[in-house]
Design a protein around this ligand. Structure first.
Ligand SMILES: [Zn+2]
Ligand SMILES: [Zn+2]
Length: 306
């Protein structure tokens, strides 16, 4: 295995000491140069950072000796063709010199030179949050088919990653086929967009790119259920996700069209009027399912109190 080792410096001032905010599970991180105070996102973090911090900002890294300033050292594992396969980043504490593996990033795409040439990408404001909606529903396939039909009646156009004969087919389909796929759990994602989506482009997306796709575009995305186990009971947990804003590479927030934002909000209101919200603000359960799974555990919670 070929490897390449580097000790990245601040692109602005050539400083080598940083404060760090790392989200290890998601393989992203932000560094603040100790000399010039500028912020930088690490490696390919820029592509995911703002989506990840929408769910909570990572805590500042601290050494067990309480110091929070580090130098960084990076090891790139290279594929035979020279592309980066994985990145490992170690930190050395300025005070006690403790060495620690802080971040591992697996790379599943090509043209990766910039990860080596520019490991630190300037970011004017890493703390910007944008409007990302992730609704969760304990519901039945029939409920979800009804929600899909409601969106179609509201002239959203559906298309999805459906399954046929045990294989995923990335294809655009008519509403009936979509409803059937939902009722039979034969899909991964279904999108509902005000305009026809360019399916050719969607088809070739990797899982990580798909995450970016639905956030950047004007669409509502319904995902296949996860089976959740509660002692002897099993429930279907669905997610309906969309965003009404997104963050551009220069870290400014761009709103989606007022029409989309309005329609998405009307849709949320409809979900709220039709489904049961005891679990929280963006929770829309089938009431029977909710009581079957949770009994009265959420009796005194969120919407009942209001
Ligand atoms: Zn600097
Ligand atoms: Zn230390």
């Amino acid at each position: 295995m070929t490897v390449k080792i580097s000790t990245p410096k601040c692109p602005k001032c050539d400083g080598s000491e940083f404060e760090l905010w790392i989200q290890k599970e998601e393989s992203v991180g932000c560094a603040k140069c100790w000399s010039c105070n500028e912020h930088f996102l690490l490696f390919d973090s820029q592509d995911y950072w703002f989506d990840i911090i929408a769910k909570g900002y990572p805590r500042k890294s601290r050494c067990s000796c309480k110091e929070y300033i580090f130098t960084i050292r990076v090891l790139y594992e290279l594929r035979d063709d020279g592309d980066v396969k994985a990145i490992k980043m170690w930190t050395t504490c300025r005070a006690c010199e403790l060495d620690k593996l802080k971040l591992t990033v697996k790379i599943d795409y090509t043209e990766t030179d910039s990860l080596i040439d520019h490991p630190l990408i300037y970011c004017a404001n890493p703390e910007i949050q944008y409007k990302l909606y992730e609704a969760s529903l304990y519901a039945t396939p029939e409920d979800i088919a009804e929600i899909a039909a409601h969106l179609v009646q509201g002239s959203f156009l559906p298309c999805g990653y459906l399954w046929k004969n045990g294989k995923p087919i990335k294809t655009s389909e008519g509403p009936e086929e979509i409803y059937n796929a939902i009722k039979n759990d034969k899909y991964s994602f279904i999108y509902f967009a005000p305009r026809k989506l360019d399916w050719q482009k969607i088809e070739s997306l990797t899982a990580k790119q798909e995450e970016q796709f639905w956030k950047r575009n004007e669409l509502i995305r319904i995902s296949a259920p996860t089976r959740m186990h509660f002692h002897d009971k099993v429930g279907r947990l669905y997610f309906i996700k969309f965003s009404t804003e997104f963050i551009q590479p220069d870290a400014t927030v761009l709103s989606k069209s007022p029409e989309f934002t309005e329609r998405a909000n009307v849709f949320l209101k409809w979900l709220e009027s039709k489904y049961y919200g005891a679990r929280g603000p963006l929770c829309f359960d089938n009431k029977e399912e909710h009581y079957r799974l949770f009994d009265d555990k959420f009796k005194k919670s969120y919407r009942d109190k209001a």
